[in-house]
Design a protein around this ligand. Sequence first.
Ligand SMILES: [Zn+2]
Length: 100
Amino acid sequence: MNRKYISEKADRLHKNCRVILLSNVKALVIGDHDTYDVIKLSYRWSCNCQWGRFKSHWTDCSHVVAVRKALQDPASQAPVARLAEIIHDALHSPNGRRSA
Ligand SMILES: [Zn+2]
C-alpha cells in the first residue's frame, strides 16, 4: 500500500458515494470489508480501521482522505443525505440507544 494507492482508493470511495457525513466532525465510510467511523479529534481526523489505528502517524488512511474529499465536494453527499438522516434518527431515538 502506497500513497498513490490510498488516494485512488479514496477517490473510488468518494465517487461511489460511500462516505456519509453525519456532522462536520463525524462520518461513516462504507469500505470494502467493513464500515468505519471517521471522527475529527480537535484538529485531525482519525479512523478506526487497522491502518488508522497503527499507521495514521505516517499517512492518513483512504477513509480519512475520502471524508476530506467529500467535505470539499458537498454535492456528492446528495444521494446519501437521506440515509444519513435515517442513521442519525436511529442512533438518537430511544429505541436505538444501547447504552448511555
Ligand atoms: Zn480508515
